[in-house]
Ligand binder design. Structure first.
Ligand code: BG6
Ligand code: MG
Length: 220
């Protein structure tokens, strides 16, 4: 995609705008301890971008516990994780917008780009309000309405719809491999933040490296 084709941006939230990926990890680590699955950096990385119930299934499977819980017990485990996560979320303030992202949102707004949120998290509205960045966005895709989560393209396709733009005019920002696959499958420009994201069309190591000029330079 050419830089000039980009008319709007679809943002992942956890790990892209909000410093909240570490809070999800902290809460899931506790779940892993509860069910007896060893917590590893690889498991933590693979859970990024994955929905709540799918994350639980991955944690159970990683320890070989996938057949030990009823659906009702799984729902209890997921609810307990979310309760703990929301306790941690209460500590978030506007200072927990990741480095450089407030400046990037301001730059996009000043330059007339439209923005939407494509997060798998049902807690996205709560977090956006707490960080005081809700007003930047035309809308948020409701993950409860998805037929399939990331890496399926549905969420990023809907994020383009929210912007009233064709996928070919949208760039998506992600910190997860599942998210980058979703953006690519939706036919949008994938911008990855993180060293592991080899499938991203454009990649940065850290959020504070992201700017319009930097994206333009990488596409040239
Ligand atoms: C994603 C996170 O944004 O949202 C995942 O990267 C998380 O770690 C997923 O599991 C679902 O979030 P929630 O808040 O609905 O449990
Ligand atoms: Mg993320």
């Amino acid at each position: 995609m050419k830089f000039e084709d980009i008319k709007g941006f679809a943002f992942d939230l956890d790990g892209v705008i909000a410093d909240s990926a570490r809070l999800h990890s902290k809460a899931w680590h506790q779940t892993a301890d509860t069910v007896g699955t060893t917590w590893t950096p690889e498991l933590a990385e693979n859970l990024k971008g994955v929905s709540r119930m799918d994350s639980l299934e991955m944690i159970l499977k990683a320890g070989g516990h996938e057949n030990e819980y009823t659906q009702a017990q799984k729902e209890e485990l997921a609810t307990a994780k979310n309760t703990q996560y929301l306790e941690l979320v209460k500590t978030l303030t506007p200072d927990d917008v990741l480095p450089g992202m407030k400046a990037f949102l301001d730059e996009l707004k000043a330059n007339g780009y439209k923005m939407s949120v494509a997060s798998a998290s049902k807690n996205a509205p709560t977090i956006l309000k707490q960080l005081k960045v809700m007003d930047y966005f035309e809308g948020i895709v409701d993950p409860a309405k998805l037929h399939a989560g990331k890496p399926d393209p549905e969420i990023f396709s809907l994020a383009a719809d929210v912007l009233g733009l064709a996928p070919a005019n949208v760039a998506g920002l992600e910190d997860s491999g599942a998210g980058i696959q979703s953006i690519n499958a939706a036919g949008e420009l994938s911008i990855g933040i993180g060293s592991e994201l080899s499938e991203a069309a454009v990649r940065f190591d850290r959020t504070d490296e992201v700017s319009l000029a930097a994206i333009k330079a990488k596409l040239a």
